[in-house]
Design a protein around this ligand. Structure first.
Ligand code: ZN
Ligand code: MN
Length: 132
């Protein structure tokens, strides 16, 4: 019983740590990056544990997984927003909904929209040499 409790506590701690790491960045990191950060706190944590906890956090609706079919990136920002991926440096930026005009004319044609999935790619301001 005591052992079961301590395992539960450990799992909760690991999951909480992974969530905190993800909340501390806006860089939309990979599981590998999160793993490297988590190891600073828990040196013996495994990459598999990180993956498992990311999956649970996603199922709980606490994080979002962004995937381009090749690589998954993760985001602890769960309110409605979009992403811009730079084709030069691979950075992913948050885009506010008000910066994109979604055409709702479909709704007037009788279609009901459940989700809007917008894929924005291009070159970011840093790569364009316009970094402030
Ligand atoms: Zn860039
Ligand atoms: Mn985001």
């Amino acid at each position: 019983m005591i052992k079961k409790d301590s395992i539960k506590r450990r799992n909760t701690y690991q999951r909480q740590l992974i969530l905190e790491i993800l909340k501390s960045t806006t860089a939309h990191p990979t599981a590998d990056w999160i793993y490297e950060q988590a190891r600073k706190e828990i040196p013996n944590i495994s990459l598999g544990t990180v993956y498992r906890n990311l999956k649970i956090l996603k199922e709980e609706g606490l994080i979002i997984e962004l995937t381009d079919g090749k690589q998954s990136r993760f985001d602890a920002r769960i309110d409605n927003h979009y992403h811009f991926k730079c084709e030069k440096c691979g950075s992913i930026y948050d885009i506010e909904p008000e910066d994109i005009e979604i055409n709702h004319s479909l709704e007037f044609k009788g279609f009901s929209i459940d989700t809007v999935d917008v894929n924005i790619t291009g070159v970011c301001s840093k790569c364009n040499g316009e970094n402030a």
